[in-house]
Design a protein around this ligand. Structure first.
Ligand code: TXA
Ligand code: MG
Length: 315
């Protein structure tokens, strides 16, 4: 992906900020995955996110804020919401009632009366948000339904060099943010993610409920087949001849192509490696990927969620 870009790649935060302020798209790093950013107050800019990703318009975007003051202009924070927001900055998105007249483009929230907000914990993302001075709508920077990118290279590959990317190195969490809807005093997890549910419960001394699988309340974007690599996936299993193997922990010897998410069995390392290794196996043209069992605790919840979506029948 070199020498064929239709524009100069932004080299600095200020260059990326001017693209965004002028209504352009620019991908940027966060601690979870790369986001495809646009000025969330500019309807045309936000529309081009949906076009570029091929994303259905009914699927609202996460709005990224520089700080709590910016977030409070967009949503109404109850005392319960304020407590959870104390975990910001971080890989946590809160779904809150939208503040009327908040200036967000309707398309950014798909016309809902709630808004999904987060303050990312990444120095480049925060510097960019401050430089733009406006909230940024940013879904993961991949064509809709494909794997999320954890490096600038994967963003360029995914969009064939059609969007400028501010390169901030590889993402340290590697899976998307955890999404929690605050409803009265209840905390309902709509998507598992890089902040483990058990850690949130521990930090807040509160229970985080799981959204019912088919509840209308669930995040509209949680389609069953998602995050899909080209290869077919077989989960919780050992590899057969001719397959690639995505291992975890101490793995038995295998002759074929192997990636180990974490030889030491560390779920944080596994989350960080998940999309990157699936991207690699895809790039090598693997047809079937057998995946070792991953413990369903802590970050394993998010890893297994993404693996199940990647393995789901394709529509
Ligand atoms: O880590 C992340 O969250 C990354 C980085 C870039 O911040 N972003 C990300 O965005 O994963 P995206 O668009 O791929 O996922 C956003 C999810 C979708 O499932 C969407 O349906 C849900 O958030 N969502 C957005 N607004 C919502 C709302 N008001 N109520 C419920 N779900 C909402
Ligand atoms: Mg996404």
């Amino acid at each position: 992906m070199n020498g064929e870009l239709a524009f100069p790649e932004p080299k600095t935060v200020d260059e990326a900020a001017s693209i965004l302020r002028a209504g352009g798209l620019c991908a940027f790093p966060t601690e979870t995955v790369y986001g495809l950013g646009a000025d969330a107050t500019n309807a045309d800019a936000v529309l081009s996110i949906y076009e570029t990703k091929g994303r259905p318009r009914f699927n609202p975007l996460i709005i990224h804020c520089a700080d709590l003051a910016m977030a409070e202009t967009l949503a109404v924070f109850s005392p319960a919401a304020r407590k959870v927001a104390a975990l910001w900055p971080g890989p946590l998105t809160l779904v809150l009632p939208a503040r009327p007249g908040n200036g967000l483009a309707d398309v950014a929230t798909a016309g809902l009366d709630t808004v999904a907000i987060r303050i990312p914990d990444h120095p480049v993302a925060l510097e960019l948000l401050r430089a733009v001075g406006r909230p940024l709508a940013a879904p993961s920077a991949n064509p809709s339904g494909r794997l999320s990118p954890t490096t600038a290279y994967q963003v360029r590959l995914g969009f064939a060099g059609r969007v400028p990317v501010l390169d901030g190195g590889p993402c340290r969490a590697g899976v998307e943010s955890t999404i929690i809807r605050v409803e009265g005093d209840r905390l309902i997890q709509l998507r598992s993610g890089a902040m483990a549910r058990a850690d949130i419960e521990l930090a807040l001394g509160a229970v985080v409920e799981l959204a019912e699988k088919d509840a209308a309340i669930a995040a509209p974007g949680m389609l069953l087949s998602h995050y899909a690599p080209e290869a077919l996936m077989r989960l919780d299993t050992e590899p057969r001849d001719g397959e690639a193997y995505l291992a975890f922990g101490a793995a038995a010897a295998f002759e074929g192509p192997v990636r180990n998410l974490s030889p030491s069995g560390d779920l944080k390392e596994a989350a960080r490696n998940l999309f990157a290794m699936l991207h690699e196996l895809d790039a090598e043209g693997r047809k079937v990927i057998a995946v070792a069992p991953i413990p369903d605790e802590g970050l394993g919840e998010a890893i297994n969620d993404r693996l199940q979506r990647a393995a789901a029948p394709r529509g």
